[in-house]
Design a protein around this ligand. Structure first.
Ligand code: 0O2
Length: 211
């Protein structure tokens, strides 16, 4: 594809990511207004860079003309939660939306990846309104805790640095770090009530300070 064709191909994906970021961030704002604890801490999104699309299409043997049907993460959304239990709440919330049609779920929390990676992936079709009519695009939504995200972000950069061939000793340390991150999640879950009560008090205080 020429650069102009890429722009046209990726435009609806950009639109999907921008729309979903607004919609999903809106849920957090609703919780904030109600002073209740949000299962969503923050939301990010990105369209896969062309180089990564080409890389993955080669690695997975996906012909360019099949990208729309066979590459599920050209549009990617990440939803970060404070607690592991929030992940289920967020997944159910996504399942109940009428603008998302869930096509696949991958639970890398119950079954972590070999690398140590943990996250819950939901692949869904999302309708984008284009001048040529409605286009239902695949989007991949990754739902994870803050500590899973911390680990994944660091591992991703190390993986990039070593072009996918992380030295064995670093791999071992990363696996250990993944378990430490998970222990942190488990510890925090144990004092969830305490944490949430403190956050509710703090949120009311900052609201009062502003008025
Ligand atoms: P980026 O930069 O986040 O877009 P595959 O791509 O073969 O691993 P598949 O079957 O297409 O996997 O889908 P999967 O595993 O559900 O999702 C792939 C995405 O999940 C990756 O996208 C990462 O975002 C994340 N991911 C999966 N495994 C790992 C891991 O071991 N470490 C980290 N840090 N992230 C992981 P991309 O395209 O790799 O990267």
């Amino acid at each position: 594809m020429q650069s102009e064709q890429w722009k046209l191909f990726l435009a609806p994906y950009n639109q999907a990511v921008e729309e979903l970021k607004v919609k999903l961030r809106g849920i957090r704002s609703q919780y904030e207004l109600e002073h209740s604890n949000s299962p969503i801490e923050f939301v990010t999104g990105r369209v896969k860079p062309i180089a990564s699309i080409l890389d993955k299409s080669k690695r997975k043997g996906i012909p360019i003309e099949n990208l729309e049907d066979d590459m599920q993460d050209i549009a990617g959304i990440r939803m970060m939660c404070q607690f592991v239990d929030d992940i289920k709440v967020v997944v159910n919330m996504l399942k109940n939306r009428n603008d998302l049609e869930i096509v696949e779920e991958r639970d890398y929390i119950t079954s972590k990846k070999d690398s140590g990676y943990r996250s819950y992936h939901v692949v869904a079709r999302y309708p984008v309104q284009t001048v040529a009519g409605e286009k239902k695009l695949l989007v991949e939504i990754q739902i994870r805790t803050l500590s899973m995200n911390f680990w994944a972000t660091i591992e991703h950069s190390i993986n990039y640095k070593y072009s996918g061939n992380i030295p064995e000793d670093i791999k071992v340390r990363l696996k250990r770090a993944a378990e430490a991150a998970y222990s942190l999640d488990e510890e925090m879950s144990q004092i969830r009530g305490e944490v949430q009560e403190a956050q509710a008090i703090f949120s009311r205080k900052t609201d009062n300070d502003r008025t």
